[in-house]
Design a protein around this ligand. Sequence first.
Ligand code: ZN
Ligand code: ZN
Ligand code: ZN
Ligand code: ZN
Ligand code: ZN
Ligand code: ZN
Ligand code: ZN
Ligand code: ZN
Length: 484
Amino acid sequence: MNRRLLIFVAACVPGSSSTPFIHLLCMPTWTIISPCEKDYDHPMRMYIFRVMQTVYRMLDSSNEPSSVDEGKHIATLGYAMSQEKPGSPDLSSVVIHFRLSTQSVTQFVVTTSPLQFVDMARNICIPVPCDLAVSVIADIDEFVFARSTSFRELNNPGPVEECDLARRIWKQVQAKRYHRRLLQQEVIGDIIDIACLRTRSPRCSICDSNLIHCNSCQVASCESDNCPGSSEPPLTWCSRHEKEVLCFPCLEEWGCTGEIEKCPACKSWCCTRNMSSCNGHPIDIQLIPGLPGSKSVLPNLIVAYAKSERVHSPKRGCCMKCELPGWRNCNSTLCWSKTICPECASGGVACLCQEVWACDLCAEHSPGVVIRCPRCNRPFCSSCSYIDECQECHRAHLCYDCAEEESDVDDGVMMERPKFVASCGSCQAKVCDRCVSDSAFSCSGCSKRLCTSCRMSLCDDCRQWSGSDDEESETSGDTGALDV
Ligand SMILES: [Zn+2]
Ligand SMILES: [Zn+2]
Ligand SMILES: [Zn+2]
Ligand SMILES: [Zn+2]
Ligand SMILES: [Zn+2]
Ligand SMILES: [Zn+2]
Ligand SMILES: [Zn+2]
Ligand SMILES: [Zn+2]
């Protein structure tokens, strides 16, 4: 236990009361938690949050914050100096101010000398609970002490620079603690000179490997698993991103909202943002049916998915390297989930060549993903090469089997089928007789016919941006007639 910590424990006697501590000589103050300033990852953020939680629980429980990102409170951290002997002034107390973001004056103050919570409005002081004092507040105090003694020359850094600086300082403190821990564990008793422990070396004093730090609390451990200096349990990091490191206590505290999670398949740790998840099958989508081929069906579908309730809240899958049995990816870019869990995938449809799988909703409503034969209703995709559909209105012809059977039987039904009279000048997708006359379907530069998806990119021939759908082309366009 260090010198400053001992002072805390001594001061932490219940029942001690003194007059409210209001320091006139408050030195720099940093906003650590606030609703507007998105936090710049100040290393004291979680520590200050824990103090805030305790203060509100004890003095104003209806406003106790539930999470650090709640945005209802403002917390600032600062310190006061005192000049008792000649020379540079000493840090006399850490000063933390709390208020609700709707308030303009400080509600509660926490000081370390004397160690107390002050309720400003009611003008009362209460002692700080011992467990908080010896852990969290001692950490904050150690940070502020290190911050106050280093980089004095730095004038008013901005919030981003201040956080960078604070993180560097807190890392050095943690490196120092690491070396101190080795000494306490007597792992290095005889090997290492005490003098070298005072350094804030970023390397292990046993094996000279790099020290690694938890991203949240900055606690240090030796990078090498074999070194007796590596922490137990070891720090965990993402298998793809070496910089995403968390210690076990932080992992537990972050719980399922954490940044690193264990892949259920390969058991390696992985950034949560890189793990698959199923958003839950929409329960009941309200689709206003558009005319066949009307483009308004697409935003409608996205809106319908977004508005619908889901059968479950997002469910975690696995890392990018693994595949979990029964999990699927829907081929529609409009789908309600990037990956789909077995339960939600149960109604999905695979095409004849097995190249394409779509969830039940996208198979039915997302145009062009699954093409069903109007006669036998079998599902196909464009690479099945077994059915033709118009690229514009998505009306499908019969599949090749049905077309053969039907050709010499019923001409009346054939009349309702699309006739393919043109094709896209770029990808050769077919266009039916109804859609061919729409001049907006051609390149505005060279008037070459282009299908919906090819219109999204530059025209191959004239290198012009093909323009939006509602743009009127002056020429009727070369229809690239096709034998049907
Ligand atoms: Zn080591
Ligand atoms: Zn940690
Ligand atoms: Zn995995
Ligand atoms: Zn889908
Ligand atoms: Zn699901
Ligand atoms: Zn068919
Ligand atoms: Zn063109
Ligand atoms: Zn095309």
